[in-house]
Design a protein around this ligand. Structure first.
Ligand code: FES
Length: 570
């Protein structure tokens, strides 16, 4: 057997080995800690600024116990924690930065395998992207969702009910006092958002991809099952190192196809699109935006969770979790795909049971016949745009309307509640310059709130189009990720108020009804917007970020660079 990777640091009797071992011993490690046992890095995204991951100091102890029980040496290391609720201008701006931190920390340190502790939205893709660029044996454990929110006698969901409540306040249907009370009632325990928002979606995606143990997606953060799963994850990574079971063996095209299908079945977040494209780019598996439509198109949404449906993650857990969903759609999955358990998807889900068909519906009683993500194209989005039909209004899926254009998010905020704004419920709201380069960081502002005067008339949804993303907890007939984005000179930059736009989701079309000659004339007058901030990481990001249809990674980060280190001395 070839020498373990960590033994290139800790093995031998020379000066370098002395240095590597001696300093580690200041933590109380005995000689036999360096005897060739698997060294397991535990990549921790704990931060008190990331409340969704703030319980990770406790969770990590269970992982360490599992690693020790299996005969490994656990060594924890911190990485940049992208917290959704606090980071400005948007956590997505830092996903790629965090992934660089993860990649370099894994490659540069003496570890044989790694446990990735993910939770809040961007922490999952940033960890998996960084690890995929190294391709060591790796396993994900998610921190788990919060318990269901409870307010005025009913369950309320993270994010989803914030959007509803804030519109109710603007429409005069809820008092400020109630709004304040709901704030304290929504987040009742450690954990991440407990709707099927981006965090729960990504926890489901890593399970569907085969990167986490079965059950990872749904156990609440405070459930003892979560701690047990962490312990089993610690044990399992040691075995994965012994078997040399690496990410490249798991992240195959079949795994991505499974994940896309599962995303449709769970009514998952649109953010999974950019994240999975970016992960595939790192490991070197061919995956395109059109694969989202190809694999996801006919997948019914069977999970009745907010924002598409009624229930929350705690209910999902009690109903059987993701294995039960995967069992319901098993005829649509590639059951031979390999997973971190060392077994196939089919073997992992063989014993799964659906305990609550109201939450996980049988396939013939689906919530939406065609769930998944629809990929739209046309002269307004030559490189594609997406919409989540299960979160949209059926009557708006084919719609022709007059554009009301907001040049950027500040312009939108300045005029949206102007009583004189010429807008009605048939209008199409168009927001520019919120894409990867434009914002920068592709903010979650695509689900723009509707004008107050229309809310007061009872209007609850309108077609909205932008190069932005939207929160996975949000809903509405919202066309997102338009590529190329406005700030890169895409056709979106040329739309003017009064233009007619045609949206046809069944035909997968998004067209701007303006002649080519007129668009060419407008293009000669177009001036690229100035970056919001000069210098530092933001300038690097704006210069090198790829468009949404390519996963919005930085161009120089695409690909797997492996875990070898060209130079090994200090
Ligand atoms: Fe962290 Fe929603 S804010 S998961």
């Amino acid at each position: 057997m070839s020498k373990r990777r960590s033994q290139h640091w800790f093995g031998g009797q020379d000066k370098d080995a002395f240095i590597h071992r001696s300093w580690m011993k200041n933590n109380g490690l005995p000689d036999d800690a360096f005897d060739g046992r698997p060294v397991i890095g535990i990549c921790n995204t704990f931060s008190e600024f990331t409340p969704c991951n703030a319980h990770f100091r406790g969770l990590v102890e269970h992982i360490k116990a599992g690693v020790l029980e299996a005969g490994g040496l656990p060594l924890e290391f911190p990485v940049f924690s992208c917290g959704e609720s606090n980071l400005r201008p948007t956590a997505m701006l830092f996903r790629n930065l965090a992934s660089m931190d993860v990649e370099e920390a894994i490659r540069g340190n003496p570890m044989d395998g790694v446990v990735l502790m993910a939770g809040c939205d961007k922490t999952t893709p940033s960890l998996v992207m960084g690890a995929a660029s190294c391709d060591l044996p790796s396993i994900v454990i998610s921190g788990g969702p919060m318990l269901n929110g409870r307010f005025e006698g009913r369950a309320i969901g993270s994010g989803t009910d914030v959007w509803k409540f804030s519109e109710d306040v603007r429409a005069g249907l809820m008092t400020n006092q109630q709004f304040g009370n709901a704030e304290s009632a929504m987040s009742r325990s450690p954990g991440h958002c407990m709707t099927m928002g981006t965090a729960s979606t990504m926890a489901s995606m890593v399970e569907a991809l085969g990167l986490a143990l079965p059950g990872n997606a749904a156990y609440p953060a405070v459930d003892a099952h979560r701690a047990r799963l962490a312990r089993l994850t610690g044990r399992r990574i040691v075995e994965m190192v012994k078997q040399d079971l690496r990410l490249s063996a798991i992240l195959t095209k079949a795994a991505f196809a499974n994940a896309i299908r599962v995303n449709g079945a769970i009514g998952g977040s649109t953010n999974a699109v950019v994240h999975l494209l970016a992960v595939a780019g790192r490991i070197g598996t061919e995956l395109s935006l059109d694969d989202w439509d190809r694999y996801g198109r006919d997948i019914p949404t069977i999970l009745d969770l907010m924002p598409s449906g009624r229930f929350l993650m705690e209910d999902f857990c009690y109903a059987g979790g993701l294995p039960a969903v995967m069992k319901e759609i098993s005829h649509l999955l590639d059951l031979d795909a390999l997973t971190v358990t060392g077994q196939s998807v089919g073997e992992n889900i063989a014993g799964a049971v659906n305990y609550n068909p109201q939450v996980i519906r049988p396939i013939d009683k689906a919530l939406t016949e065609q769930g998944g993500i629809a990929v739209l194209r046309g002269n307004l989005a030559p490189d594609g745009a997406i919409i989540k039909p299960s979160a949209a209004s059926p009557e708006l899926m084919v719609h022709r309307g007059r554009a009301v254009v907001f040049e950027d998010i500040e312009h939108y905020k300045a005029i949206i509640d102007d009583p004189d704004l010429d807008i009605d419920e048939a209008s199409i709201m168009v927001l520019k310059n919120c894409g990867p380069r434009g914002y920068p960081g592709m903010a979650e502002v695509g689900n723009m709130a509707l004008p107050q005067k229309l809310l007061k008339q009872g209007v609850r949804d309108m077609v909205r189009i932008s190069d932005a993303r939207m929160s996975g907890t949000a809903f509405g007939t919202v066309v997102l990720h338009v590529a190329p984005e406005a700030a890169a000179g895409g056709p979106l930059a040329l739309v003017r108020t009064g233009d007619i736009i045609e949206l046809d989701v069944p035909a997968r079309r998004l067209n701007l009804d303006v002649s080519e000659a007129e668009l060419a004339a407008r293009r000669t007058q177009w001036v690229a917007p100035k970056p919001a901030m000069e210098g530092g990481y933001q300038s690097l990001y704006v210069e090198r970020v790829l468009q949404a249809d390519k996963g919005a990674d930085l161009d120089f980060l695409v690909g797997c660079r492996g875990h070898a280190i060209p130079r090994d001395s200090h």
